[in-house]
Design a protein around this ligand. Structure first.
Ligand SMILES: Cc1cc2nc3c(=O)[nH]c(=O)nc-3n(C[C@H](O)[C@H](O)[C@H](O)COP(=O)(O)OP(=O)(O)OC[C@H]3O[C@@H](n4cnc5c(N)ncnc54)[C@H](O)[C@@H]3O)c2cc1C
Length: 289
C-alpha cells in the first residue's frame, strides 16, 4: 500500500526540528525509524501533512554511562542496542528486549525512542523501562523536560510528549551492585508482537533480601503496566520460590488483558503469572552474579 501524500522536512538541528513541529502543529509528526509511523500512514490510521525527519540531527545516537545514568540517545536503533558491548554485559534486560523486537530488517531502522514515543502497549521497551525506573528527556520550545517513565504512558497510543517535543534521550539509573534484570516474551511466531511479556529488575542485599523490585508488563492493558502490588510484595523479603510465586500471582491479578486473536484474556493472565515467575527467577540469578 502507498501512503497518502505528505510534505517532508529533514532538519539538521534539534531546534530547527522543534521550530518545524511548532509551525505545523497537529499536522506534523516526527519521523525516526518509520517502522510504526509508515505502516500507520499506509493503513490510513495517521494522515499527517508533514513528516519531520530527525535522522540528520547529530548527537542523538549515543549509548553511554554518565552521571549515574545509562543514557540512550533518541535515535539509537534496536540493532545498536543488540550489538552494544555495554548493553550486552551490563544491561542484559535491555539486550533481551531489543533482540525480540520484530526482525533484523525492522531493528536496523527502529529506534528505542520511537518505541516509547509511539505509546503502543504492545511495544517491548516500555515494560523494561518501567521495570528499570527510567526517565525520558523531552526537548521542546521551552527547553528540556524530564519525564519519569511512570507518567509517560497516558493512554493507548498517547504519551506525555507535547506535539512540538522530541524525545531526545532515555535515562536509566545505573543499578547498584547485586542488581539484575530479565525480559521474557511469548510471541506467536518470531517477529510478532507479544501475546504477553514481562520485564523484571531486582536489587538484593548481601543476605539476599530484596531492596527494590521493578516489574513491567507488555500488551496486557491499554498502556504498558507496572505491577506495583507484585513489586511491593517482594520488598524486604527473601526472594525464594514462595515470594516469587506470590508476586507472580499478584502481577497476573494486576494485568488487564483483553481477548483477541492472540488468545483469551484468561490465557494471557496465566502467561503473565508464568513469565513473571521466570523473569524474577532469572533477574535474581543475575543479581547474585
Ligand atoms: C513488522 C513489524 C513488527 C514489529 N514488531 C515489534 C515488536 O515485536 N515489538 C516492538 O516493540 N515493536 C515492534 N514493531 C514496532 C517497531 O519497533 C517500531 O519501529 C517502533 O515502535 C517505533 O520506532 P520508530 O523509530 O520506527 O518510530 P517511527 O515509526 O518513526 O515513529 C513512531 C511514532 O513515534 C513518534 N516518534 C518517533 N520518534 C520520536 C521522537 N524521538 N520524539 C518524538 N516522537 C517520536 C512518531 O511521530 C510516531 O508517532 C514492529 C514493527 C514492524 C514494522
Amino acid at each position: 500500500m502507498i501512503p497518502p501524500p505528505f510534505e517532508y522536512a529533514r532538519p539538521a538541528t534539534v531546534s530547527d526540528a522543534i521550530a518545524l513541529l511548532q509551525k505545523h502543529g497537529e499536522d506534523a509528526k516526527v519521523l525516526s525509524g518509520g517502522q510504526s509511523l509508515i505502516p500507520m500512514l499506509k493503513l490510513r490510521l495517521a494522515r499527517p501533512a508533514w513528516l519531520i525527519d530527525i535522522n540528520a540531527v547529530p548527537g542523538l545516537a549515543g549509548i553511554h554511562e554518565e552521571g549515574g545514568y545509562l543514557k540512550i540517545g533518541g535515535l539509537v536503533r534496536e540493532a545498536d542496542l543488540e550489538v552494544s558491548e555495554l548493553i550486552r554485559t551490563r544491561y542484559p534486560i535491555i539486550h533481551e528486549t531489543a533482540r525480540v523486537i520484530a526482525d533484523p530488517l525492522v531493528r536496523n531502522l527502529a529506534t528505542a525512542g520511537g518505541n516509547l514515543a509511539h505509546g503502543d502497549p504492545a511495544n517491548d521497551h516500555p515494560a523494561t523501562m518501567l521495570a528499570l525506573g527510567a526517565q525520558v528527556l523531552a526537548t521542546g520550545p521551552g527547553g528540556v523536560t524530564t519525564i519519569p517513565i511512570d507518567s509517560f504512558f497516558v493512554s493507548i497510543f498517547t504519551t506525555a510528549l507535547q506535539p512540538a517535543e522530541i524525545l531526545t534521550e532515555i535515562q536509566i539509573p545505573i543499578p547498584p551492585p547485586l542488581s539484575g534484570g530479565a525480559y521474557f516474551k511469548l510471541e506467536r511466531k518470531v517477529g510478532d508482537f507479544a501475546t504477553a511479556a514481562v520485564a523484571a529488575q531486582v536489587t538484593v542485599d548481601s543476605k539476599g533480601t530484596c531492596l527494590r523490585a521493578g516489574i513491567g508488563l507488555t500488551n496486557v492493558g491499554p498502556t504498558p503496566l507496572r505491577a506495583r502490588n507484585a513489586e511491593e510484595s517482594l520488598r524486604g523479603k527473601q526472594l525464594d520460590n514462595a515470594t516469587i510465586g506470590q508476586a507472580a500471582r499478584l502481577a497476573a491479578d494486576e494485568s488487564q488483558p483483553s481477548s483477541d486473536l492472540r488468545g483469551p484474556a484468561e490465557y494471557k493472565r496465566g502467561l503473565v503469572k508464568e513469565l513473571t515467575r521466570r523473569a524474577l527467577a532469572r533477574a535474581l540469578e543475575r543479581a547474585r552474579g
